[in-house]
Design a protein around this ligand. Structure first.
Ligand code: GLA
Ligand code: ZN
Length: 683
C-alpha cells in the first residue's frame, strides 16, 4: 500500500483552485482583489497559480523590475490561507525582449523567423533567453523563498513546439555527435547510403524540413528525441536557481493531453510531481463515455509519468472552453464528475483555468469560476463551491494512490517512429487508438491500470500489455523475457518488434528479439481498408478483424484462434506461448473492444486477478486508491442516465452513509466508498 506525502506539507488536503491573473486587474485592484479573496474562500479554494504570464508586468523594461504588485498578491493569499503555485514567466516574453534580442524568437521548419506575439514560442537554445530566464527565476526565488504563501513552483506553461534557428541547428548537431560519436556511425545507423544521403561531416546536417530532408525517418526520429531532450534541458535550466534557493519547494510543469512533442516519461523524471491540463469535450450524451475513457487513460499516463505518485490536475474548465470547434455548456453534474474522476485516478488536486474571466483578449469567454457577472450566484460558481465542499469531505484520500497488477505500455519513441514509418495504412497507424482500446477493455472489466513506457519497471505487475511496439528499445526484450520466465503474462500484438531503437529493421524475422518469448514468426502483415474484415472464433464466439492482420507461424506457441477468410485462412490469429513460469500472448489482428474484453477477462482469470467491481454497466467506470487510512473505491457514471450497480460494503464518504449491494447512480453521479474492510481495520 502506498502513502505519499501531501504535495505541500503545510496544506495536507486535496488542493482546489486554479490559474489566477490578478495583474490583469491591477487598475481595479482595490475592488476586484478583495472580492477575489471573498469568492475564493466561498468556493473552497485553497490554492491559486499566479504569475504564469506575468513577465511584462514583472520586468516592463529590461532590468526594471516591479515586484510590488506580486508582493501584495502573495501577502493577500497568505492572509487568506491560500497557497500560491508560483510560476516562472517563461511561457510568454515581453515585447522589448523580442525587439532587442531577436534570437529569442523561434524559426519554423521552413526557416521563417517568427515575429513577436502569441506565447509558448521561445527558442529552446538561445543563450539570451536562458540568461533572462535564469535572472528572473533567481529574483523570484530570492524574493519569495521565505514567503508563507509559496507552496510550489509552476515552471513556465505547457512546454511545446520546436525551433529550427541556427542556434538550434548547432545544438542538434552536438546532440547527434554525442549520440553517434562519428558521422560514419550516424550514417550507418540512419541507413544513409539509401538515396546517396551519406554526410561527410555533422556540419552538413540540417533539421527535417519540407524544403529539405523530410524522408529520412531516422533523422526525423533523432529530431523528435533532440527537441524533447531540449525541453528536459530547458526545464533543468529553469529549476536550477529554484532548487538552489528554495530546495524544499516542489516543482512541476503542466503537461498536455496526448501531446506528442515531448517524451513525458523521460521529462517526468525531472518533475517533483507530474501535472496536466484536462479539457475533454463533454457533450452531455453517450459520447461522454469516450471522453471519460480518454480522460481516464490520460490521468493514468500522467500518474505513470510521475512515477505512480499522486499527481495534479493543474487545469480544467469549470464550464465550456472557448477553443473547441463547438463549445457546449457543461451539463449539471459533469463538473463534479470531471473533478472526482481526476481524484479517482490519483490526482491530489482539482485546479481550473481560470479563477476569473478576463474582460478582453482571446480567452474572454473561456469558462471560469467567476464570470463577467462577478457573482457567487451563478450556476458555475455554485457547482465549483460544491466541488470544493466535496473535496473537503473526501480529503482523507490525500496521498493514497491507485495500485495495479496490470500495466499497459505507451511509448513516445514508438509513437514518433510509427508516425513516420511508411507501410500499411499511411493515413493512420492508429497507435494511440489501439492503446486506448486495450485500456478501455481493462477499464470496462473493472481494473486499475498503470501506464508505463518501455523503460518502466515490469516487476510490480502480473500482466503487462504492449500493443504495437513496432520499435523495441535496447534491453526491453530481455526485460520482458525475464518478466515472463518469472511468471508474468505478457501480451503483444501485430506490428511488434520490427525495428530496433535506431529504426533499423531486425534481420531474422519479426517480432525480432521478442520472437523467442512469443514463440512465433510474424512473416507478413495484411492491411485492410474499411470495406474488408476477417474473422476468427474464440471460445465459441466470432470476432471481426479490421485494419491489420499479421500472418503468423506458431513456433513454440500454440494457436488459440485462426483466421477464417482470405488466403491466410487457417493461420493463427491468436497465440499463447509458455516460457518458464509465465506466458506470452500474441494478438495477430486488430479487433474491436469486445474481443479484447473477453480475452483480458480470461487472461486475468488465469492469474486469479479479481476486478474492483464485477459486471460494470456500460458507461460506468471505477478505480481504487489505497493508502494508510484505507481503500477508496470511486464509482463514476459517465452518462446522463441512471445506472444500477452492485456495491461492496463501505462508507460513502460524501454522505457518511454505510452502503452495500444494489445502488442506482444518477446521471453523472460519482460515489466515493471507503471499503468496509479498510474502515473497520483502520478506524
Ligand atoms: C491551456 C493553457 C491556459 C489556457 C487554457 C485554456 O491549458 O495552459 O493558459 O490557455 O489552455 O483552455
Ligand atoms: Zn532556436
Amino acid at each position: 500500500m502506498a502513502q505519499y506525502p501531501p504535495i505541500m506539507p503545510d496544506m495536507p488536503v486535496l488542493l482546489h483552485g486554479g490559474d489566477y491573473n490578478p495583474e490583469q486587474w491591477i487598475k481595479m485592484k482595490d475592488t476586484i482583489w478583495p472580492q477575489d479573496m471573498e469568492l475564493a474562500k466561498k468556493a473552497g479554494v485553497n490554492t491559486l497559480s499566479v504569475g504564469i504570464f506575468s513577465w511584462s508586468m514583472l520586468e516592463p523594461e529590461e532590468g526594471v523590475y516591479h515586484f510590488e504588485w506580486l508582493d501584495e498578491v502573495m501577502d493577500m493569499l497568505a492572509k487568506n490561507g491560500i497557497k500560491a503555485i508560483l510560476a516562472t514567466p517563461s511561457g510568454a516574453r515581453p515585447a522589448w525582449m523580442a525587439e532587442k534580442y531577436p534570437e529569442v524568437l523561434r524559426m519554423d521548419a521552413m526557416r521563417h523567423k517568427q515575429l513577436f506575439g502569441a506565447r509558448h514560442n521561445h527558442c529552446l537554445t538561445s543563450p539570451v533567453y536562458r540568461e533572462k530566464v535564469r535572472q528572473i527565476n533567481t529574483l523570484l526565488a530570492t524574493r519569495y523563498k521565505d514567503h508563507p504563501a509559496l507552496g510550489m513552483w509552476h515552471i513556465s506553461n505547457e512546454y511545446g513546439g520546436e525551433c529550427h534557428c541556427p542556434l538550434c541547428q548547432d545544438a542538434f548537431r552536438k546532440w547527434l555527435k554525442a549520440r553517434y560519436g562519428t558521422i560514419e556511425n550516424m550514417n550507418d545507423q540512419f541507413w544513409n547510403t539509401f538515396w546517396s544521403h551519406r554526410y561527410s561531416s555533422f556540419e552538413q546536417v540540417e533539421s527535417p524540413s519540407p524544403i529539405g530532408e523530410n524522408w529520412n525517418l531516422a533523422l526525423s526520429l533523432a529530431w523528435r528525441r533532440f527537441t524533447s531532450d531540449q525541453f528536459c534541458d530547458f526545464y533543468s535550466h529553469e529549476i536550477a536557481p529554484l532548487k538552489e534557493i528554495t530546495p524544499d519547494i516542489p516543482c512541476t510543469a503542466n503537461l498536455m493531453d496526448f501531446f506528442p512533442g515531448i517524451d513525458y516519461f523521460k521529462f517526468g523524471k525531472l518533475l517533483d510531481r507530474a501535472s496536466w491540463d484536462n479539457y475533454p469535450p463533454w457533450t452531455g450524451d453517450e459520447r461522454d463515455k469516450e471522453s471519460a475513457l480518454h480522460t481516464a487513460i490520460m490521468h493514468d499516463i500522467i500518474r505513470g509519468v510521475g512515477g505512480q505518485k499522486p499527481f495534479m490536475m493543474m487545469e480544467s474548465s469549470p464550464s465550456a472552453v472557448n477553443w473547441h470547434p463547438i463549445n457546449r455548456l457543461r451539463q449539471p453534474g459533469i463538473l463534479m464528475l470531471q473533478s472526482l474522476q481526476a481524484i479517482a485516478h490519483g490526482s491530489d488536486t482539482v485546479q481550473y483555468f481560470q479563477f476569473r474571466k478576463g474582460l478582453g483578449s482571446s480567452e474572454q469567454y473561456h469558462g471560469a469560476i467567476v464570470g463577467h457577472d462577478n457573482s457567487d450566484q451563478s450556476r458555475i460558481f455554485r457547482e465549483v463551491s460544491e466541488v470544493g465542499h466535496t473535496l473537503g469531505k473526501i480529503s482523507e484520500v490525500t496521498g493514497s494512490a491507485p495500485e495495479s497488477k496490470v500495466a499497459l505500455i505507451y511509448d513516445w519513441d514508438n509513437l514518433w517512429i510509427l508516425n513516420e514509418a511508411q507501410f500499411g495504412n499511411n493515413e493512420n497507424k492508429k497507435y494511440i487508438e489501439t492503446v486506448k482500446d486495450h485500456y478501455a477493455a481493462w477499464k470496462q472489466l473493472g481494473y486499475n491500470v498503470d501506464m508505463i513506457d518501455q523503460t518502466g519497471d515490469l516487476t510490480p505487475y502480473q500482466i503487462v500489455c504492449g500493443p504495437m511496439l513496432y520499435l523495441l528499445k535496447d534491453g526491453f526484450a530481455e526485460k520482458v523475457q525475464a518478466f515472463v520466465e518469472k511468471g508474468g503474462t505478457y501480451v503483444a500484438t501485430y506490428i511488434t518488434g520490427w525495428v530496433n531503437e535506431e529504426n533499423l529493421a531486425h534481420l531474422g524475422g519479426y517480432p525480432g528479439p521478442l520472437r523467442n518469448v512469443l514463440g512465433i514468426w510474424d512473416e507478413e502483415t495484411d492491411t485492410l481498408d474499411d470495406t474488408r474484415k476477417n474473422h476468427f472464433t474464440y471460445n465459441g464466439k466470432s470476432y471481426a478483424c479490421k485494419d491489420v492482420c499479421a500472418l503468423v507461424h506458431a513456433e513454440s506457441a500454440k494457436p488459440l484462434a485462426s483466421y477464417e477468410e482470405y488466403f491466410y485462412q487457417g493461420m493463427p490469429a491468436l497465440t499463447k506461448n509458455t516460457l518458464g513460469k509465465g506466458q506470452a500472448y500474441y494478438i495477430a489482428a486488430r479487433t474491436d473492444r469486445d474481443f479484447l474484453r473477453a480475452f483480458y477477462a480470461d487472461v486475468a482469470a488465469e492469474k486469479s486477478l479479481t476486478p474492483l467491481m464485477k459486471n460494470l454497466p456500460d458507461g460506468v467506470l471505477c478505480t481504487e486508491r489505497s493508502g494508510d487510512k484505507g481503500d477508496y473505491l470511486f464509482v463514476m457514471n459517465t452518462q446522463p442516465e441512471e445506472r444500477t450497480i452492485t456495491l461492496p460494503a463501505g462508507l460513502n464518504l460524501r454522505t457518511d452513509e454505510a452502503m452495500e449491494g444494489e445502488y442506482t447512480l444518477n446521471g453523472y453521479e460519482v460515489l466515493v466508498l471507503k471499503r468496509l474492510s479498510s474502515y473497520s481495520l483502520h478506524s
